[in-house]
Write a protein that binds this ligand. Structure first.
Ligand code: ZN
Length: 412
């Protein structure tokens, strides 16, 4: 490394990750820290305490997004923001999102160690409910921040128990007074890759130039219910059978497009009345599909639509299709991508450019501020799984890239 570049303190970063891994521990090695739960509150409290100890001022907006700012020498300039999330999936790992927030905190701590000031402030952000595991859609905090979703619709969103985001925020004391939305000079997000490319290639740094185009569909399959014994087969309109045909066909489409990295997934099923002895009147399915190439994405969409129509016909049911989340059609800001590439070269860090297959808060923020992302490897790409694992030595290069790029931008 060049003499004047900054380096994070790997042991301190690891200690912070280990502290986080105690809050909401699940199945020994994983985490269950659902958005706005008691565990989420505990982790938020710890993050706020760490940020204040590091000299940051902390602001919380109406959605519980946390902004921890290390002031710059010119307070009139908008800060360089670094963010990700501290909530997890139901069977989640220790690093998804968490590594990004704690690397942001490590940037602040490193600058403190060295007694360095920056012209612009550096703001470390924890976005509310990135995962969407409790409240759907995911990336809710950043999407409302960027006005991709309205504040009202987010506050009114309920979990499966009927608790609204608004009530959950109030219950954990994170409905803050700061207005939703603020100006950033730039936004940088570090995240584990959640796919196996970096790990398999032995490369430690991914510079993310954009995302896979992604579309979710919410299907409502309507049949009618009846007796599992008495009703003649030809007379049945079993919504669950319609769902079964859709699930299999959608998966086959993903397999057909797998060669050039297409993906299809059925993620959620709800069946009514969901009783033994009775067939299903209504089933709700969520599916999603992703592709790096816009034309291939369009072709997948046509095949998915055709498969849904064929499944409806074969099962003698009606299927309504509503569009759910969608992202990834945009590329990140060339100036931020360039900054990351230049900084990586200065640090002598090998990197590869890549597109993200997963959704991230950065997509929404990219609509309001120049944005780019850094990926770091995770073992075999395993994520949204308790066995998510990273190697510290392979995460530090990305953290150092984040640090030096943020400082360069903040001194601009
Ligand atoms: Zn994440």
């Amino acid at each position: 490394m060049v003499a004047n570049v900054l380096e994070v303190n790997p042991e301190r970063l690891w200690d912070s990750l280990e502290r986080s891994a105690e809050i909401g521990r699940f199945r020994d090695v994983g985490l269950r820290r659902l958005a706005l739960s008691a565990e989420d509150k505990q982790m938020r409290d710890l993050f706020v305490e760490w940020a204040r100890t590091a000299g940051c001022t902390v602001e919380i907006d109406r959605l519980g997004n946390i902004f921890a700012r290390r002031p710059g020498t010119d307070p009139s300039l908008p800060p360089v923001a670094i963010g990700s999330h501290l909530d997890t999936q139901i069977c989640g790992g220790r690093y998804d999102g968490i590594l990004g927030v704690l690397c942001g905190l490590e940037v602040v701590r490193t600058l403190n160690d060295r007694g360095l000031q920056t012209k612009r402030g550096i703001e470390v952000i924890c976005w509310t409910n990135e995962e969407g595991a409790r409240f759907n859609p995911p990336m809710m905090g950043s999407m409302a921040f960027a006005k991709v979703l309205t504040l009202e619709s987010v506050l009114a969103t309920t979990d499966d128990a009927g608790i609204t985001v608004e009530r959950a925020l109030n219950e954990i004391g994170y409905a803050g007074p700061a207005p939703v939305g603020r100006e950033f000079d730039a936004y940088l997000e570090l995240h584990i890759e959640q796919a196996p490319v970096l790990d398999r290639e032995g490369c430690d740094v991914g510079i993310v130039v954009g995302g896979y185009k992604t579309q979710a569909l919410r299907l409502t399959i309507n049949g009618d219910t009846g007796h599992a014994g008495g009703t003649p087969m030809a007379q049945r309109r079993n919504a669950l059978v319609g769902a079964g045909y859709v699930i299999a066909a959608v998966n086959d489409i993903g397999l057909a497009y797998a060669e050039d990295e297409g993906r299809t997934t059925t993620t959620r099923i709800e069946s009514f009345p969901n009783l033994a002895g009775t067939y299903a009147e209504q089933v709700k399915l969520t599916i999603d599909f992703r592709h790096i190439d816009a034309d291939r994405f369009k072709a997948m969409r046509a095949e998915v639509d055709a498969a849904i129509a064929a499944a409806a016909k074969k099962a003698n049911v009606e299927i309504e299709v509503a569009e759910g989340w969608s992202w990834g059609s945009e590329l990140f800001a060339p100036e931020c991508i360039e900054l990351l590439k230049t900084t990586a070269k200065e640090l002598g860090l090998p990197y590869r450019e890549m597109r993200s297959q997963a959704g991230h808060d950065a997509y929404a923020v990219a609509t309001v501020a120049p944005t780019a992302m850094i990926f770091t490897p995770c073992f075999e790409g395993i994520s949204h799984n308790v066995n998510e694992a990273i190697e510290l030595a392979r995460s530090v290069p990305g953290a150092n890239l984040l640090l030096n790029a943020a400082v360069a931008r903040a001194n601009r």
